[in-house]
Design a protein around this ligand. Structure first.
Ligand code: PGA
Length: 252
């Protein structure tokens, strides 16, 4: 059985007081969710504050990105080692907003994933096609390229530290969720790629999350599908009640 994951990507939202308020409200609402890996990903500057609130709870801390070097003359970057130091257990890598706006490529994603794994972090590895790519029937080609590119050189023994997040770019922040069938189809394809790159056991063990306008109203249908193991959530993770509703839906 793959343990479901519900991860909240707070993006560029929440000051430290707002972040503390959100997790403080969240903790009692999700304390009974023992069978869900719950993750929140605040901005770097509030990681430490949030960690102090969630310490000892069932909520895990993630960053939204990291660099591949441990330290050095790399102004503006942050390393996996520093994220661990701030209390992170997880890190999001390759989010489509980083690919779109900040020049992230399959190659940089691969370097970051390797560095994060080597430090002991669990990686939320994001992939997904744009609307133009879906409409020109390139979805599977894009997913294949992103999976192979992102996982090059990563041995099967490290895959326990990888969670794939399938996020169709056209569904992120648009209110336009992939249908349960569209999501399941992509997830099955992703699992098949993991099987052909690694093994049946690797594919069977890999958690594959869906992301893109996930809300309390649509989580049940998504999570009930065979290859959908949870969600990476943006907008609905910014309020304690909606994020808790997602966690509690996954717990069922
Ligand atoms: P959304 O964002 O839930 O607001 O669509 C998802 C994501 O970007 O991870």
């Amino acid at each position: 059985m793959r343990k479901p994951v519900i991860a909240g990507n707070w993006k560029l939202f929440k000051t430290s007081s707002e972040a503390v308020e959100l997790v403080t409200a969240l903790l009692p609402l999700v304390s009974g969710a023992t069978n869900v890996e719950i993750v929140v990903a605040p901005v770097f500057t509030v990681l430490d504050r949030v960690q102090r609130v969630i310490s000892g709870s069932n909520v895990n801390l993630s960053a939204q990105d990291c660099y591949w070097e441990a330290e050095g003359a790399f102004t503006g970057e942050i390393s996996p080692k520093m994220l661990l130091d701030a209390g992170c257990s997880h890190v999001i890598i390759g989010h489509s907003e980083r690919r779109q706006f900040f020049g992230e490529t399959d190659e940089t994603v691969n370097k970051k994933i390797k560095a994060a794994i080597a430090s002991g972090l669990v990686v939320l590895f994001c992939i997904g096609e744009t609307l133009a790519e879906r409409e020109s029937e390139k979805t599977f080609d894009v997913l294949k390229r992103q999976i192979i590119g992102g996982l090059t050189g990563i041995p099967e023994s490290d895959l326990a530290q990888v969670i794939v997040a399938y996020e169709p770019v056209w569904a992120i922040g648009t209110g336009r969720t992939a249908s349960d069938d569209q999501a399941q189809e992509a997830h099955a394809y992703i699992r098949g790629e993991i099987r052909s790159l690694y093994s049946a056991a690797a594919a069977e063990g890999m958690r594959v999350l869906y992301g893109g306008s996930v809300k309390p109203e649509n989580i049940a249908g998504l999570i009930s599908r065979q290859d959908i193991d949870g969600a990476l959530v943006g907008g609905a993770s910014l309020k304690a009640d909606s994020f808790a509703a997602l966690v509690n839906a996954a717990q069922k």
